[in-house]
Design a protein around this ligand. Structure first.
Ligand code: PLP
Length: 450
């Protein structure tokens, strides 16, 4: 079918997720047709470096034959079965075991879903259920951070701290409390060190907990590195100080590893790079390198034991999806993790991260760039109209969106976020030469934007 036909039919049939619908109606889609390695091709045959690994997920890159075979083999053997009411199957069992083996904390049990959003909804429900069972029905509020992104299902969207995901949706926010985003460049005070900034944020968190009453607060949720909020790497000492506060007040730390999990920051989990001690963990995206929709929530045995004992009081644990632990998704995710281990993909990501970060940070000298930041193979540049005052551009100008479009014209897919920020998150299998090519193309896009 021709691109023009597809474009018309797209606009006649699709409601696009997380899209400015008016602009889309006027401009139409960029239709992506196929992918291989770190590249994708559009319907006109143009090739792009996928500098965002799709939506932060295609860790192993595109067109990996072993993953296609794992899917086909499982579809032929058992295309569907479920885990309700004690039914089980091998792919889900083996994947749960693999996640327990890889987890950087003592994960006792694994609950499967299909998206990062539903994983975080599960987190909310599990923690409420758990606190009810241990006789703490008042301990229900969850603290999340400004600019956090935890997804868009009803529960996850309440935790997300981005206006774009709240406007017009009337979300039930009564149980959510918010604290400051740990972005030193934007939130640090003149003369403050990173360490002092972290101390201030921990003090603000503690003041909020004291004001609300620690016996009303169940959990604090955090991404190790904030992704969709603008790739915010927390300042030195941040998690150490935050965790000391949480531990003092008996508040759980939910680690949202949906972007950072499986090598993105140069270790298997972002919590290892950023010094977090999670109580529970959400995983998705690179869990299957985006080849199948699958998510996982990891909980400690101490929590599971309460749930199990609770069946005497509550009967059936009434939470689960038709596709929890879907055998095809689980088989593909398991193969993905095995390939990551065999090919030492996390070690590779760590090895090429220096090149990625040094090329990225060189953009800090560009007149349009206020800050270039990142860790491992994730990063962003924040565009400013005035470097000295750090003034951004009016959102209506669409400067970052223009820069993204120029990057596409130069054969590079990046992601404009929050009006002023451009994110980079390539497949973990990029080589140093690919990284150079990626940033050479971006340099041209930035110069076109200046
Ligand atoms: N949590 C984080 C940190 C994310 O970045 C995302 C998606 O980008 C989500 C949760 C939601 O995941 P999904 O889009 O699969 O629902």
């Amino acid at each position: 079918m021709s691109t023009a036909d597809l474009s018309l039919r797209d606009r006649a049939a699709l409601l696009h997720p997380t899209t400015h619908l008016g602009r889309h109606a006027a401009q139409g889609p960029l239709i992506i047709e196929r992918g291989e390695g770190i590249h994708v091709w559009d319907s006109e045959g143009r090739r792009y470096i996928e500098g965002m690994a799709g939506l932060w997920c295609a860790a192993l890159g595109y067109g990996v034959p072993e993953l296609a075979e794992a899917a086909a083999e499982q579809v032929r053997k058992l295309s569907y079965s479920h885990l309700f009411g004690s039914k089980s199957h091998e792919p889900a069992i083996l994947l749960a075991e693999k996640l327990k083996e890889l987890a950087p904390f003592s994960a006792g049990k694994v609950f499967f879903g299909h998206s990062g959003s539903d994983a975080n909804d599960t987190q909310i429900k599990l923690i409420w259920y758990y606190n009810n069972l241990i006789g703490r029905p008042e301990k229900k509020k969850i603290i999340a951070r400004d600019r956090a992104y935890h997804g868009v299902t009803l529960g996850a969207a309440t935790l997300t701290g981005l206006a774009v995901n709240h406007k017009g949706f009337d979300l039930p926010l009564d149980y959510v409390r918010r604290v400051r985003c740990p972005h030193f460049y934007r939130e640090g005070l003149p003369g403050e060190t990173e360490e002092e900034f972290s101390t201030r944020l921990a003090d603000e968190l503690e003041a909020l907990i004291v004001k609300e009453g620690a016996d009303t607060i169940a959990a604090f949720i955090a991404e190790p590195v904030m992704g969709a909020g603008g790739v915010v790497v927390p300042p030195a000492g941040y998690f150490e100080k935050v965790q000391a506060v949480l531990e003092r007040h008996d508040i759980l730390l939910i680690d949202d590893e949906v972007i950072c999990g499986f090598g993105r920051t140069g270790r298997w989990f972002g919590s290892q790079t950023l010094g977090m001690r999670p109580d529970t963990m959400s995983l998705a995206k690179a869990l299957s390198s985006g080849y199948q929709p699958i998510s996982a929530v990891l909980i400690p045995d101490s929590m599971y034991e309460v749930l199990e004992a609770g069946s005497k009081e509550l009967g059936v644990f009434g939470h689960g999806y038709t596709y929890s632990g879907h055998p095809v998704c689980a088989a593909v995710a398991l193969k993905n993790l095995e390939l990551m281990q065999q090919r030492r993909v996390v070690e590779h990501a760590a090895a090429v991260a220096d090149r990625f970060q040094s090329r990225l940070r060189a953009f800090a000298d560009h007149p349009l760039v206020g800050e270039a930041r990142g860790v491992g193979l994730i990063g962003a540049v924040e565009l400013v109209s005035d470097k000295a005052s750090r003034r951004g551009f009016a959102a209506a100008l669409g400067v970052a969106a223009y820069c993204q479009a120029r990057a596409e014209a130069h054969g590079l897919i990046v992601r404009a976020m929050g009006g002023d920020t451009i994110a980079f998150c390539p497949p973990l299998v990029v080589s140093e030469a690919d990284i150079d090519e990626l940033f050479d193309r971006f340099a041209r896009a930035l110069d076109d934007t200046a």
